[in-house]
Design a protein around this ligand. Structure first.
Ligand code: 6A9
Length: 789
């Protein structure tokens, strides 16, 4: 019985939250406490939409569709690479009060702008303005439909107000957090002063079983029976929302699942370009508004916000004063704005598992306010990405960083573990293949939030009297009990075989199927490690992350007047260059590296499938690629040269006088190894795994391509060694200039050529590749332009 009891209580630990007071008060995101940040573009997964920072927020959004085109119904809603837009993203966004986005579809451009106005008790009002213009290449002015919608998420109600037959003029609604509100759909105009132009209207009022179903509901309600009058007098059928029957209404036998049915209302306007249209949200508790935020007042308001944004951008990053062209400055503004405009507010439960659980369990409900790596492909929070995001955002608005970090740290369980990938709520889950959903509590991810905390501490220490940095100390005080557990979790669960060594847990186990079993937890996925995962391994990147983290724990503790000697001691030990050399320097490779059970003699080969003579071949399985090991593994250094080898330099653990820097600088500058005209490649061109697939379906990822987060760390480290007295100072200075220029030029050029910032860059051509837009850590290019590290 005791054993059983122990087991079940151990089984619960993975889903038991940390016991200390949460960093965030329960109502900290509410309209009452944080009214300016209540409404926002917190739905990064849709092209345009807004919601509030609350668990079951009412959501608003926009879909659009080209009429009379030869293509299939091209309904746009959630950000999809498959839509093949020429580009989309925020050109300006201050994270709070306004944003300007440009969306370039095949032959027209939509500009989507919003401005908020504070007043009342529920987060105030906002106005959207959509401006549509055809491209000069378009043979005739396109006719498109915009579909504006509001949808409830299991709470609140919506009512449709229809005038003139089919025109939904407004929606009124009520929800607990918003009170009463009204959404008004204005008629399209050509410019501010012109009168209304011809348009056709349709609407849909129905219920939806969940936010992830909105696109499908609209798609299934579309009908071709409507008639549009072209200016030429020609009449043409167009496609519009009509009636939609929820599945259970078709089949009366099944009882409706009323629990999850929520109101969903769509206003469709079909109109020829060019045009401009406004949608107005007015909060019922905002009583004495001076005027409506529309037309010329909206224009004026936008102008003011844009001017303020420009001033603050220059004050913060100083790109103009550094001599960057106007086009470069616009690029920098877009990169920052996309990270801000890509912030999401998610709510829900992760699916997690420990060794004590036979089946995955649901994590406690939680909220996450976070930036996301990519609005199309990964519109959710990733732990180590977020540390990089906050390096940039903390310069713009330290409050954003504090809130994001607080949300992440509050998701910690009692063990000190934070799930690495946050897939919260049905909408987020609908984007992730089932096999990637479960998060395991043995698994870490680099503790980059410490990098962001380091920035906040520096800002405060440099300007202790500045108002914006005043909340730093109280914030750290709230954070501290959890930070201690977080650090301890890494320091106990990820230890290596030797004292002061570390090992990532959670490497792929099925060694036979991969050229090199992956280490997703390290963040560097398929970067080559020991060929045969074992408990004998030690990982140099994790060693350096721990050296960094212990140092920042010491600073935090010192600032708070808490005991800091233990952290300091750990920091000293982990930064001891002799220890680092002993554990990780391979004299053979003349580089730092991992150690483990390893052989280089591996390759992928067609499995031999035995087909008995006379039997038809097609009745037997297709031969897979499997790993063949030609020479037995043994304990040794892993002979790979790339990002992992650079960590003692990247995280500035090496002393400025360390002779290892000479080797590192040589490898960095060698075009046959790491150097390219576009940034440092992830794996040496001379490495046997360079650009090798891991399985036939798994293309190389961190085995050659250029990644901007690591390049940012490299530029930052060069800047550090350039400023430190030492024998390699001159070399660092030269490399710094060259590497920084290469990265900035390439990310910028690719943006101009392709319309996007990318997940990675090709090491032979510089071309952007992988998911896009990717305005997570690739946006750190702005900090390199500003030379702020
Ligand atoms: C796959 C596919 C619709 C991989 O930027 C997020 C992470 C990084 O943290 C990590 O270092 N990316 C990098 O190696 C993307 C991970 C995406 C995994 C989910 C599901 C969804 O298809």
């Amino acid at each position: 019985f005791y054993a059983l009891y122990m087991r079940s209580s151990l089984a619960k630990r993975v889903v038991t939250l940390h016991q200390s007071h949460p960093v965030l008060d329960a109502n900290s995101s509410s309209a009452k406490v944080s009214s300016e940040r209540f409404w926002g573009s917190y739905r990064p997964q849709v092209y345009f939409g807004m919601k509030t920072r609350s668990p079951k927020s009412m959501v608003t959004g926009m879909m659009w569709m080209r009429q009379f085109s030869d293509m299939d119904v091209n309904l746009r809603h959630t950000c999809e690479q498959g839509d093949r837009l020429q580009g989309y993203g925020w050109l300006m966004h201050d994270g709070i009060t306004f944003g300007v986005q440009e969306i370039r579809d095949n032959d027209f451009t939509l500009t989507t702008e919003f401005v908020k106005r504070m007043g009342g008790d529920h987060g105030g009002d906002w106005t959207w303005r959509i401006t549509a213009k055809q491209h000069s290449s378009a043979p005739q002015a396109p006719v498109i439909s915009l579909m504006f919608y509001a949808a409830a998420d299991t709470q609140g109600s919506l009512e449709a107000h229809v005038e003139e037959k089919n025109r939904l003029a407004s929606i009124t609604g009520f929800s607990e957090e918003l009170g009463n509100f009204k959404i008004t759909f204005r008629k399209p105009v050509i410019g501010e002063l012109s009168s209304a132009k011809y348009a056709s209207y349709n609407y849909l009022k129905t219920v939806s079983p969940g936010l992830e179903k909105l696109t499908e509901i609209v798609r299934h309600s579309l009908n071709h029976r409507f008639v549009y009058n072209l200016p030429s007098g020609e009449k043409r059928h167009y496609i519009a929302v009509d009636t939609y029957k929820p599945p259970h209404h078709q089949n009366q036998q099944k009882p409706p699942d009323t629990r999850k049915e929520s109101d969903f209302v769509v206003h469709q306007v079909t109109v020829q370009m060019p045009f401009q249209i406004e949608v107005l949200f007015e909060s019922g508790s905002f009583h004495r508004r001076p005027n409506q935020l529309v037309g010329s007042i909206m224009t004026q308001e936008l102008e003011n916000r844009k001017a303020e944004f420009d001033t603050k951008f220059e004050r913060t990053f100083g790109l103009e004063s550094k001599g960057f062209s106007q086009a470069h400055v616009r690029f920098g503004k877009a990169a920052l704005s996309n990270m801000l405009g890509g912030m999401g507010y998610f709510h829900g439960q992760s699916v997690v598992q420990s060794v004590y659980n036979e089946y995955p369990l649901l994590y406690p409900e939680g909220a996450l306010f976070t930036a996301v790596p990519s609005r199309s492909f990964f519109p959710r929070g990733f732990l180590w990405d977020e540390g990089f995001h906050q390096l940039l955002l903390s310069k713009w608005d330290p409050q954003v960083s504090r809130e994001a970090i607080a949300h992440w740290i509050d998701l910690m369980n009692v063990e000190g573990w934070i799930p690495r990938e946050q897939i919260l709520g049905d909408e987020a889950r609908s984007k992730v293949p089932a096999e990637f959903v479960v998060q395991r509590n043995e698994n870490a991810n680099p503790p980059t939030l410490f990098l962001a905390l380091q920035k906040l501490i520096e800002q405060f220490s440099d300007n202790p009297d500045k108002a914006a940095f005043q909340p730093t100390l109280p914030f750290l005080r709230r954070l501290f009990p959890r930070l201690k557990t977080w650090f301890e979790w890494y320091n106990t669960t990820q230890t290596g075989p030797l004292p002061n060594s570390y090992r990532w847990r959670g490497r792929d186990k099925d060694t036979n199927l991969f050229l090199n079993p992956k280490t997703l937890t390290s963040g560097l996925d398929d970067y080559p490690r020991a060929s045969h995962p074992s408990a004998d391994e030690r990982h140099v990147d994790l060693h350096c992350w721990m050296a960094l983290s212990s140092g920042i724990m010491a600073s935090v503790a010192r600032l708070l007047g808490e005991p800091h000697q233990d952290y300091e001691l750990s920091h000293q030990v982990l930064c001891d260059n002799n220890l680092l050399n002993e554990l990780h320097w391979s004299e053979q490779l003349r580089a730092f590296g991992d150690f483990g059970n390893h052989t280089q003699a591996v390759s992928l080969q067609q499995e031999k499938v035995y087909v008995p003579p006379g039997q038809p071949r097609h009745q037997f399985p297709v031969a897979r690629l499997v790993r063949s090991v030609r020479k037995a593994p043994k304990l040794q250094y892993v002979n790979a040269l790339g990002y992992v080898s650079l960590f003692p330099f990247l995280l500035q653990i090496l002393q400025p006088a360390s002779p290892k820097l000479e080797h590192i600088f040589r490898d960095i500058r060698d075009s046959d190894k790491l150097w390219t005209p576009y940034g440092l490649r992830s794996l040496s061109k001379a490495d046997t795994m360079y650009m090798k697939r891991n399985t036939e379906h798994d293309a190389p990822y961190w085995r050659g391509p250029i990644w901007i987060n690591i390049n940012y760390l490299a530029v930052r480290a060069l800047h550090h060694y350039r400023n430190k007295e030492g024998p390699y100072q001159g070399k660092a200075a030269a490399l710094y200039e060259e590497l920084r220029t290469n990265i900035i030029n390439n990310v910028y050029r690719q943006y101009l050529e392709t319309g996007y910032i990318w997940e990675q860059y090709n090491d032979s051509t510089g071309r952007g590749q992988g998911s896009h837009p990717f305005t997570g850590w690739s946006a750190l290019t702005v900090l390199m332009m500003a030379e702020q590290y």
